[in-house]
Ligand binder design. Structure first.
Ligand SMILES: Nc1ncnc2c1ncn2[C@@H]1O[C@H](COP(=O)(O)OP(=O)(O)OP(=O)(O)O)[C@@H](O)[C@H]1O
Length: 358
């Protein structure tokens, strides 16, 4: 359907109905800005066609810089990248027309209506004139903007503008879309709606490369996730593989007094109990401790008894499977951004944006 060079058809297998050609192949990519900042330090990854791939990392980790290098918005300082078989340095024009790109900042023209924005994108991407009207209606329907299609985009909420951004990135039916933190700053309702569209386009065959700071987003949507920290990929795998790396279940213990002194004592009790058989790890949380160990489920009650016997009052506890938050903590040594950190939250986009702006 789209041009793919011979180098990308390395593992097509007639016995396997799933296409496995590489949509993205990056080898040892580095980007150093003129300021001297080494934003990307030797990133290698391959994204097969059809995959929903997540690029997860905290603020400043190098996600946007990497995506810009993949979509030819900046030149990598080192390494090589092919996208849909096109080289980022040699085949820029062909590469660009073979992808969709949703930047972090909205590219919507606020003075135009949604329909006009999508029409403009159709013109820019050379969608044949005879197909435009139907394509515009189809996309506005897909992103639930058909009802407000003829209102100016400046009357839309942040969530609606993002949905319009998605529509404009898809006008030329690209086999691969890059989404750069598409839901940052949106409320959960707006975020969930976007997730539905992303899932739908991926189910219909589009390869998706998504950058995000949200662990839940990566967990919910992605077939595989690369965790990037300080310009380097520090983990890569399916969400389940990454969670398995944590090494067991997690016992969260909330203490009535989570002061440093009590936490230090509680850590000592857990270590000295011998219940973990020398494996596992203990970390502090805002309200107590998290004990991660293969035996966490089996020895949970005994640990609570040991804490009680030491005079440490437990307020609550919970044994659970690890989440990507635990993965992030285990890999980077720092907690990932939490949703509570959002400062610029939207009001729910179902609250008609037009009301906000008028
Ligand atoms: N144009 C630029 N010139 C110089 N340094 C830059 C430029 N853009 C980004 N950086 C730096 O490169 C590093 C990686 O930034 P980048 O924007 O790629 O990270 P990110 O993971 O996308 O973060 P965010 O979630 O904040 O968008 C940071 O240290 C950032 O300050």
């Amino acid at each position: 359907m789209h041009p793919v060079s011979s180098t990308t058809s390395d593992n097509s297998d007639s016995a396997d109905p799933t296409p496995h050609r590489a949509a993205i192949r990056a080898e040892d990519v580095s980007v150093t800005y003129a300021s001297g900042t080494e934003a990307v330090k030797g990133v290698s990854l391959t994204v097969p066609e059809g995959e929903f791939f997540g690029f997860l990392g905290p603020n400043g980790a190098g996600k946007t810089t990497t995506i810009k290098a993949f979509v030819t918005l900046l030149d990598p300082t080192g390494g090589s990248v092919t996208v849909n078989g096109f080289d980022v340095r040699r085949d820029r024009r062909a590469l660009r027309s073979s992808i969709g790109y949703m930047a972090q900042e909205t590219s919507v023209d606020l003075e135009l209506t949604a329909r006009e924005n999508v029409r403009f994108a159709c013109e820019a991407y050379g969608v044949p004139r005879s197909e435009r009207a139907a394509r515009i209606d189809e996309l506005l329907e897909l992103v639930d903007l058909a009802d407000v299609a003829d209102e100016q985009a400046k009357t839309y909420s942040g969530g609606m503008k993002k949905r319009l951004d998605v529509a404009t990135a898809l006008v030329h039916r690209p086999p691969l879309v890059f989404l750069d933190e598409p839901t940052t700053g949106l409320d959960p309702t707006a975020r969930n709606r976007l997730w539905d569209y992303f899932r739908r386009i991926n189910e219909e065959g589009t390869t998706v490369f998504l950058t995000t700071q949200y662990l839940e987003e990566a967990d919910q949507l992605c077939d595989r996730i690369a965790v990037i920290d300080d310009g380097r990929i520090v983990a890569l795998g399916t969400p389940e593989e990454l969670k398995a790396r944590v090494g067991g279940d997690v016992l969260d213990v909330d203490l009535v007094d989570p002061s440093d002194a009590t936490l230090a004592r509680a850590e000592g009790v857990v270590h000295d109990s011998g219940l973990l058989d020398g494996e596992g790890s203990v970390s502090r949380t805002e309200s107590g401790l998290s004990v991660t160990a293969q035996r966490a489920r089996r020895v949970g009650t005994d640990l609570l008894v040991a804490l009680r016997d030491a005079g440490i009052v437990v307020e609550g506890f919970n044994v659970r499977s690890p989440t990507l938050d635990d993965v992030f903590l285990a890999i980077t040594g720092a907690p990932a951004r939490s949703d509570d950190e959002d400062e610029d939250r939207e009001t729910p986009d179902d609250v008609a944006a037009s009301e906000v702006a008028r």
